[in-house]
Design a protein around this ligand. Structure first.
Ligand code: Q7M
Length: 852
């Protein structure tokens, strides 16, 4: 008996359900719904399975296989596929779509009717010859397949089709190909489609790097590391890497490429900067518009060239606008008095777009008349003309000029200069002024005599050569050390024609000259005269020095004695010591939460006391070079990103296994803070029963926290998996370890707040270490935390009543949690208070609290 007819009714319905586009990370090796010709599958015995090929409305075949020998006992019907080539696959999946009839819906079949069938496979390096006899024993069993949904007569009547979809992994396949075989032992089955596929990580672009299509590794939990190659016009920053997971998903992107100069990122590629924009450095930045007065005419410009008449100084960045020399200074005026000539001006109206304006004074002496009375040509000014502050590179807008000659005509040019003056063929920006100095008369002072000289002073006197034209107001004596060549000179004034010049150095030659000042101004200077001061007496000098030393030391010592006596008497010393102790205490209390630690142990410093979390991390955690980290597999999901396991290979040190918490890209600043806060906490602990921080990666992306790897994972799941397998001594040993870790934390002044078996890690030799998973867990784990009335999240079952009620967390409340952990350990990971709801537990506490 066969129900073929009834099945045929639904074939057209099937077609629409079966058309599944498939996902991008699957490579299909066989799909019976898309095979156009014959399938040529074999049946053993020949009258067991039926191969039925119907045509759909577009004349494409629909292949189905049916069997329904439910009345006859001892059925053993085999259906074998054609040879399927493995291609690149390592792990192969088979997706079966079928309907299975419910035995209850068929009358009189009890006993012989089945509701399952079996899937088998056989690996070979090539198709078997047609002559090969079918031997069931050659085939390896994959699984027994049962229906999730079976259909009954009513379903048929309602035309509701209950299609089962089951996926099984086949393999590992190591040979070139394989056959699938379906064994029926007496069920009523219609096998509607068979799809064979493998998963691969599709070729992708990430962080401007291209990653090739990659087939995951056979071992379902390990990852394949794939290096990316930068897209066109991009260059590597940190070696771009991705990891291909077993499900064909790409995980943990590391490193990146950045667009080269002249290119910017757009839609995952590097595109040339448009004309009118430029990019001078490789990096993640966009092209910038050309700065003012510059332009780029071609694509992919790395610099914008200055427009005509505009320039860039050597040190100007390429992002700066092009500039030009300034216009001339404005409103130049001169002022003159007896001794000095002043020039003043205003900044130019056009600074050329720059701020680095300075001024140069160019001086010419024109006019005047020589001995024959002819007007002389302009010539450079005397070199000893004195400019204050200086003649060139003046930053202000005025200058004073000293030592000019009398009755001369000076022409001053004030030139405005900026960083681009002198570039190109630009004219100088000058403002001119001509100043004529008064006639004061020729030099009146002729010979200067030395009357006497001591070590530090010289007495001079002089007489006028001729009768002054007008009354002499006073004399100016100018002098300087001959050796110093007028680098600095001094002057003194006197009304009398003599002076005692003091403050000189012994045995030194000085140059003197003198000029007179009359009502009409200064006369010219006298010629130079050189005089020498007296030699010093060496004995006197030595004694002097000794005296100074002795006086100083005696004085210093007595001062010390007096000060000490004074302090002792007034009791200041004690006060001072007290004050120091107080400030030390203050420093310490700032750093721990009100707990007085045992002496000799460092106290815990809350990273929040640091303004900048990066600073705290730098202090407490080592930065690890990311190239030393070799990520092997993903072991869980954290609050901020994947948790991976891998190895830390620091050159010159033994390799160690590590767990790596990553911070996914696109995080907020607050997330980064919280993430690094954890490292700053862990980095302060050093105890064999506290999880050890190996270091952090903060200087490259993704940010990572690297901690020691614990082979046996979290204590709660570890104990549940090994129920009853340890001695009491072993269990108590674990508890002892946890107690050591918690004692250390409390001595440091750190309150854990979430001590529970799920936060204890176990290593290969059963050593337990206190840690804090926070929000990170193995993916499917639900979390313990329940919200309190104040909105905080608290793991009710583990938390002490005063902490639940008033949020009073302390080392004492940690001790309560430790009690719960003891119960968890001794019961092999039983859930505290079993299935009592958090609500109920809160009520119990209220009772207990009332009693207390
Ligand atoms: F030291 C403490 F306890 F006081 C303290 C620790 C205070 C504050 C923060 C922390 N942080 C902390 O413990 N972080 C932490 C980092 C990595 C906790 C656990 C891990 N971790 C391992 N060492 C894991 C591991 C694992 C391992 N197998 O060695 N986290 C996982 C995981 N496996 C998360 C999900 C799934 C598996």
């Amino acid at each position: 008996m066969s129900s073929r007819g009834k099945y045929c009714v639904f074939l057209f319905l099937l077609k629409s359900i079966l058309s599944d586009p498939g996902t991008s990370n699957q490579v299909v090796l066989l799909d019976t719904t898309t095979v156009l010709g014959e399938l040529d599958w074999k049946t053993y015995p020949v009258n067991g399975w039926d191969a039925i090929t119907e045509m759909d409305e577009q004349n494409r075949p629909i292949h189905t296989f049916q069997v329904c020998h439910v009345m006859e006992p001892n059925q053993n019907n085999w259906l074998r596929s054609g040879w399927i080539q493995r291609q690149a696959a390592q792990r192969v999946y088979v997706e079966l779509r079928f309907t299975l009839r419910d035995c209850n819906s068929i009358p009189w079949v009890s006993g012989t009717c089945k509701e399952t069938f079996n899937l088998f496979y056989l690996q070979t390096d090539g198709p078997l010859p047609d002559s090969t006899r079918f031997r069931p024993t050659d085939y390896a069993k994959v699984d027994t397949i049962a229906a999730d949904e079976s259909f009954t007569q009513t379903d048929l009547g309602d035309r509701v089709l209950r299609l089962n979809t089951e996926v099984r992994e086949v393999g590992p396949i190591t040979q070139k190909g394989f056959y699938l075989a379906f064994q029926d032992v007496g069920a009523c089955i219609a096998l509607v489609s068979v799809k064979v596929f493998y998963k691969r990580c599709p070729s992708t672009l990430r962080n401007l790097a291209a990653f090739p299509e990659t087939v995951p590794q056979m071992d379902s939990s390990s990852l394949v590391e794939v290096r990316g190659s930068c897209v066109e016009n991009a260059e590597e920053r940190d070696t771009p890497k991705l990891y291909c997971g077993a499900d064909g998903d790409w995980l943990v992107p590391l490193g990146r490429c950045v667009c080269s100069i002249g290119h910017e990122e757009m839609d995952g590629y590097c595109q040339a900067c448009k004309p009118g924009s430029f990019k001078a450095y490789a990096g993640n930045t966009k092209c910038s518009k050309c700065p003012l007065h510059s332009s780029s005419h071609d694509q992919a410009a790395t610099i914008c060239h200055c427009d005509k008449g505009f320039y860039r100084a050597l040190k100007d960045p390429t992002t700066m606008a092009c500039t030009r020399p300034p216009s001339a200074p404005r409103n130049l005026v001169s002022l003159i008095n007896d001794t000095a000539l002043f020039l003043q001006w205003m900044p130019p109206s056009d600074t050329g777009g720059r701020k680095d304006i300075t001024y140069n004074i160019l001086c010419q002496r024109c006019g005047g008349s020589d001995s024959s009375g002819a007007v002389t040509q302009c010539e450079p000014c005397e070199p000893d003309l004195h400019f204050i502050p200086r003649p060139l590179g003046i930053t202000g807008t005025s200058v004073a000029i000293l030592d000019f000659a009398m009755l001369a005509s000076y022409t001053f040019h004030v030139e405005a200069v900026n960083g681009v003056s002198g570039l190109g063929m630009t004219a100088r920006s000058l403002a001119n002024v001509t100043v004529t100095t008064h006639q004061a008369g020729p030099a009146l002072v002729g010979v200067v005599r030395k009357d006497w000289a001591s070590q530090n002073s010289i007495a001079l006197s002089w007489s006028e050569v001729e009768k002054p034209p007008s009354d002499i107001v006073d004399y100016e004596v100018k002098y300087y050390e001959k050796e110093q060549e007028q680098l600095s000179y001094s002057s003194t004034r006197t009304k009398a024609p003599s002076v005692v010049v003091t403050g000189l150095r012994p045995s030194t030659v000085y140059v003197f000259h003198v000029r007179a000042r009359t009502a009409a101004g200064y006369t010219a200077y006298s010629p130079n005269f050189e005089f020498t001061t007296a030699a010093e007496d060496p004995d006197i000098a030595d004694q002097g020095q000794v005296l100074v030393v002795v006086t100083a030391s005696v004085g210093g010592f007595s001062l010390l004695v007096i000060l000490t006596l004074f302090l002792l008497i007034t009791g200041r010393c004690q006060g001072y010591i007290k004050a120091r102790m107080k400030s030390e205490e203050k420093r310490r209390t700032r750093f721990h939460s009100g707990h007085v630690p045992f002496s000799g142990i460092k106290t815990y410093v809350d990273p929040d006391t640091y303004e900048d979390p990066t600073q705290a991390v730098e202090e407490f955690a080592k930065e690890i070079n990311p190239s030393y980290i070799c990520i092997e597999r993903v072991i869980g999901a954290g609050e901020f990103g994947e948790v991976c396991s891998g190895r830390l290979r620091v050159p010159g040190r033994m390799d160690i296994s590590v767990a790596i918490k990553t911070l996914k890209g696109g995080y907020m600043d607050q997330q980064r803070r919280d993430f690094l806060r954890e490292a700053s906490i862990m980095g302060q602990f050093n105890n064999p029963n506290i999880i050890r921080l190996e270091g952090v990666v903060t200087k490259s992306r993704p940010i990572m926290i690297v901690v020691e790897y614990m082979e046996n994972g979290a204590l709660d799941s570890f104990l549940r998996a090994r129920d009853g397998q340890f001695t009491v001594l072993q269990l108590v040993g674990m508890l002892r370890g946890i107690a050591v870790g918690m004692t250390y934390l409390s001595e440091m002044g750190y309150v854990h707040r979430d001590l529970a078996a799920r936060n204890i890690l176990v290593d290969e030799s059963l050593v337990c270490k206190v840690s804090d998973f926070g929000m990170s867990r193995v993916l499917e784990d639900d979390t313990e935390a329940a919200y309190t009335a104040t909105g905080g999240k608290i793991p009710i079952r583990w938390t002490a009543p005063e902490a639940i009620a008033y949020g009073k967390f302390s080392s004492a409340s940690d001790v309560w949690s430790y009690g719960i952990v003891m119960w968890e350990v001794m019961s092999y990971g039983e859930r505290p208070y079993w299935e009592m709801s958090n609500q109920d537990k809160a009520i119990v506490y209220q009772h207990q609290w009332a009693v207390l």
